[in-house]
Design a protein around this ligand. Structure first.
Ligand SMILES: N[C@@H](CCC(=O)N[C@@H](CS)C(=O)NCC(=O)O)C(=O)O
Length: 265
């Protein structure tokens, strides 16, 4: 739940771009599933995006509060958790998720389970990067329109080879966990929701948006992962409420973009 819905002063501050779900969304979903309030600085604070830019996009020798520079958003700021009681600022999506994992109750109790969540999330974020490269295969800073020809080739390879490889892997993890740890087909690690479930759910959701035809065909191949698993994460407490709230942003010019020409023809 974001600040606007809570009377409690949030302890956690998410520093991310406004207007796109982007990589910030993996972190928002952890907060929303756990019901722990957070401040989405660029969206909840007046002039919040200048704070994000100041912390995450400056060219100086520190991000802020005595912390080292941040390469790019997302970052997390936690007042009081840094050196000598100052604020802690950390970046890199999987690093932030790892920091929050136990604190938000989004990791299993056992050590092996925690590492299994993290390995899954790192793998899922590799797929996230590959999806980004379908519309920006040559240069991050150039427009899609300037790299369309290469994008067609990249998207074809990602759709035909990479997406099924990742989906097969996630589905095998799901099945393994159903057999070994009571995951009921609903959870990828252990027997309750972790940030592996919410992270992979977000990527599946983004793929449904970006490549609707491809994913409709893949749903026949992976009916449980793309059917019951996907639906069940969506109806988890906290997530269900979030998805129907204004806090959930539509996809637009971020990682998941719908260019019909890049989808299955
Ligand atoms: N590996 C980083 C990637 C961060 C990243 O690419 N952030 C994007 C927004 S989602 C950005 O602002 N990038 C600017 C840049 O790379 O110059 C993570 O997972 O946090």
């Amino acid at each position: 739940m974001a600040q606007s819905t809570s009377k409690e002063q949030p302890k956690y501050e998410l520093l991310y771009h406004p207007g796109i779900p982007g990589r910030g969304e993996f972190i928002r979903l952890s907060f929303e599933a756990s019901g722990v309030p957070y401040l989405d600085v660029a969206r909840d604070q007046e002039d919040g995006y200048s704070t994000v830019q100041q912390f995450c996009m400056n060219k100086g020798l520190e991000s802020g509060d005595g912390n080292p520079p941040v390469f790019s958003p997302p970052a997390l700021r936690v007042p009081g958790a840094g050196k000598d009681g100052s604020a802690l600022v950390i970046s890199q999506t999987p690093n932030i998720l790892w920091y929050l994992g136990d604190r938000l109750g989004m990791l299993p109790e056992d050590e092996a389970g925690k590492y299994h969540v993290q390995q899954l999330v790192l793998t899922a974020l590799d797929l996230n990067n590959e999806v980004h490269d379908t519309h920006h295969p040559i240069a991050v800073m150039k427009y899609y329109e300037d790299q369309k020809e290469e994008a067609l080739k990249k998207a074809q390879d990602v759709r035909e080879n990479r997406i099924p490889k990742y989906l097969s892997y996630f589905d095998r993890v799901r099945q393994h966990n159903e057999k070994s740890s009571g995951g009921q087909g609903k959870y990828l690690v252990g027997n309750k929701l972790t940030y592996a479930d919410t992270t992979i759910w977000q990527i599946l959701d983004g793929l449904f948006f970006a490549f609707p035809k491809e994913m409709a065909a893949r749903k026949k191949e992976f009916p449980d992962l793309l059917g019951s698993f996907y639906e069940s994460v969506k109806s988890e407490k906290g997530i269900k409420e979030y998805l129907s709230s204004k806090r959930r942003m539509p996809y637009s010019e971020g990682i998941f973009r719908h260019y019909p020409e890049l989808d299955r023809q």
